[in-house]
Ligand binder design. Structure first.
Ligand code: NAD
Ligand code: UDP
Length: 312
């Protein structure tokens, strides 16, 4: 297949690109580099089946014939999307629409990276795909949440009205090598702080929960979904739920760091709990994650160490 990966220079997009190339496909990666980095693709410089194009997907473009479109372009860390609020709303509306038009034009299959943020600060726990969510539509996080929810509506509309062969993955917090060291996400911050021996920043009292999936498990689930005929959203995430404080303790254990913990104000509308119900992914895709948090953090250490050295 010839595959278009939008957001290829990002954390997930670059791992997805690697996995698609490994399966023997040709990949056209597009990215405007607003939060991603060409460093994530540097190892592909001499790969003949990979082509990169610097492109903002909010502007129309023609990738020529493609068989599959993976829609992964969007700022994703809270620090990034709060800084790039309007860009985030635009990429989830105009950007997603342009990618769906490409899929329609070339009769390509389509998979869109959605998010657990569609559930907002959930009142149902754990979250199944049937839950409609509890989202503040005008709060600071709305630039991301409503962008992603609008994208889901657009994808379903192109499926219903234009018969585009679509899929929606709801991704829960994923981590691993190639996260930007300073993107402000919790794993990036805690690992970097622990390795540098500076204070670990915990927002609020640290009792809020997240469920962390290692990147290779996430990509495996996404590829399985891409080969399925399921058009409704599917949760792909690790169902083991952690308080942020326990996550910080695990980071300290894995790094051997003696950093102390410092509390900072909890951002507005920060969800108090997040845990995917992955029954659907298990049943439909025969998928479940294999890598627990401690193992995944160990697998990420070398990368974060090298980022710290490069920044020194
Ligand atoms: P990332 O910021 O590392 O990657 C996103 C990439 O999209 C970046 O390379 C960025 O430059 C690019 N991009 C943004 N706007 C663009 C535009 N207008 N045109 C072209 N390229 C653009 O983030 P990530 O963690 O790899 O997230 C990838 C996708 O997965 C996003 O859609 C995100 O919403 C979704 N997601 C990620 C997570 C996670 O935990 N990592 C969780 C839920 C959903
Ligand atoms: N968080 C934290 N310290 C940090 C960064 C984040 O305590 O240095 C918290 C944040 O308030 C949230 C959780 O960790 O409750 C996950 O934050 P992240 O930005 O990784 O992603 P989110 O799931 O909120 O999109």
């Amino acid at each position: 297949m010839r595959v278009l990966v939008a957001g290829a220079a990002g954390f997930l997009g670059s791992h997805l690109t690697d996995a698609l190339l490994k399966e023997g496909h040709e990949v056209l990666g597009v990215d405007n580099l607003c939060t991603g980095s060409l460093e994530n693709l540097r190892h592909l410089n001499s790969e003949p089946r990979f082509e990169f194009r610097q492109q903002d997907i909010c502007s129309q473009f023609d990738p020529r014939h493609v068989d599959y479109v993976f829609s992964f372009a969007s700022p994703a860390s809270p620090e990034d999307y709060l800084r790039l609020g309007i860009e985030t709303l635009m990429v989830g509306s105009a950007g997603t629409c342009n990618l769906l038009e490409i899929a329609k034009k070339y009769s390509a299959k389509f998979l869109h990276a959605s998010t657990s943020e569609c559930y907002g600060d959930p009142e149902e726990h754990p979250q199944t795909e049937e839950y409609w969510g509890h989202v503040n539509p005008i709060g600071p996080r709305s630039v991301y949440d409503e962008s992603k929810r609008f994208s889901e509506a657009l994808v379903m509309a192109y499926h219903r009205y234009e018969k585009v062969d679509t899929r929606l993955v709801r991704i829960f917090n994923t981590y691993g090598p190639r996260l930007q060291m300073n993107d402000g996400r919790v794993i990036s911050n805690l690992l970097t702080q622990a390795l540098r021996g500076t204070e670990l920043t915990i927002y609020g009292d640290g009792s809020q929960t997240r469920s962390f999936c290692y990147v290779s498990d996430e990509i495996d689930g996404i590829l399985r979904l891409s080969r399925s005929d399921e058009h409704s959203p599917v949760n792909i995430g690790n169902p083991t739920e952690w308080t942020i404080l326990d996550c910080a303790k695990t980071v300290l254990r894995v790094t051997g760091s003696r950093s102390s913990v410092v509390h900072r104000p909890l951002p507005q509308d920060d969800p108090s709990q997040r845990q995917p119900d992955i029954s659907k992914a298990k049943r439909l895709l025969n998928w479940e994650p294999k890598i627990d948090l401690e193992t995944g953090l160990k697998l990420s250490l070398e990368y974060f160490r090298s980022c710290i050295e490069a920044a020194a």
